[in-house]
Design a protein around this ligand. Sequence first.
Ligand SMILES: Cc1cc2nc3c(=O)[nH]c(=O)nc-3n(C[C@H](O)[C@H](O)[C@H](O)COP(=O)(O)OP(=O)(O)OC[C@H]3O[C@@H](n4cnc5c(N)ncnc54)[C@H](O)[C@@H]3O)c2cc1C
Length: 399
Amino acid sequence: MESAQVIVAGAGPVGTVAAVCLARQGIEVILLEALPTWAKDLRASTWHPPTLEMMAELGVADRMVKHGLICPVYQYRDRRSPEVFSFDLTELSDTTEFPYRLQYEQFKFTQHLCELLADEPHASLHFSHEVIDVDQNADGVTVVAEHQDGTEFFRADYVIGAEGADSIVRRKLKIGFEGFTYPERFVTLSTTYPVERHFDGLSNVNYIADPAAWVLLLRTPDYWRVLVPAPKDASDEYLLSDEFKDHVLGDVTGTQETIASEHRVIYRIHQRVARNYRVGRVLLAGDAAHLNNPLGGFGMNSGIHDAWNLCDKLDQILNQGADISLLDLYEKQRQTVTRDFIQTQSMKNKQRMEQDDEEWLHQDREEIRRICSDDKLRRKFLLDQALFTSLADAEQITL
Ligand SMILES: Cc1cc2nc3c(=O)[nH]c(=O)nc-3n(C[C@H](O)[C@H](O)[C@H](O)COP(=O)(O)OP(=O)(O)OC[C@H]3O[C@@H](n4cnc5c(N)ncnc54)[C@H](O)[C@@H]3O)c2cc1C
């Protein structure tokens, strides 16, 4: 039976970061991924400054910045109003080496980290190994994985479940995943068409409110990505049709031209937090532990912050003799900031996009106007949205 100090389930952004961190700390790690290669899905692309600082420590930030799109400014717009609220992260140049959001697709990132792991003497990466069971006793954890030739058993001191929303580790441990699923689905379309041509001063990241049809317009190195809510009761077939694509892209740009799209994907979106991030020697991180809507770009970033926090604690336990109870602090720190900031703020971001209550809108606009025009408030807003504050808050939490 192959064994290691830590087994990580899932080679997404969170699992690969955890595996590279652990291996660099001299901790023997096995990474098990169900797919035959890294997942090539079009989900996260937004990287916030503190996550880029972590990636700089791992030695991968330069490559990300070279191949990504640097976006210092993000904007809040409303289709019912000409007013544009712009937030410029260069104001944080005194705080961070990365005063911008970087747009860099998660599949390019996980590919690079999987390639790095191949050269890490302390790491072993197994593709096409789907974790199907975990079982622990006082001494360690046994993980069962299925592959084309049958099942294989692995043993470790600790296991990190980083296998995403449907985490088998979470389900096997019967950990509740409390929260809700939005009734509507979201659709993303991508296009190489110069969408910016149809707006005044459009930045690369734009939240455009409208109760009938809000839009997140996001530019990545290769495409404009357009995220919209799906009309209620629309079939998947319609949502993936040229008719819907023409409707959305025509509506966003206001042009009669036929605009080609490169990708069309439907997503279900949830707001959920696992009741426990730790059960004995088994830990949850990333989407396995929490889910939120993508408005704000918090999911992957906060998942990587989980991995960063957890790997530091595993280093203290495995390399420096700290007690295993330190893992309770991981749960307390990361679960608290997920509930207090990530969940609350992502739900507020969605509410801002779809709100039709005049009084709510009036107050919200007043608040953003006040934030924009006040140096202290604006700086706090930039630090909060970039997740600097939630990281600092987590550090203040003790057992
Ligand atoms: C449209 C959209 C846009 C988004 N944009 C952003 C953004 O810009 N910024 C941001 O921060 N977040 C964003 N998110 C959220 C982000 O994509 C997720 O939070 C992130 O992918 C979570 O990473 P993860 O590693 O925890 O899980 P995943 O990315 O889901 O990776 C899990 C991995 O585990 C593997 N796996 C699954 N089951 C098993 C098993 N049983 N055994 C072994 N392996 C298994 C999977 O194949 C996969 O490779 C977005 C989400 C959506 C839907």
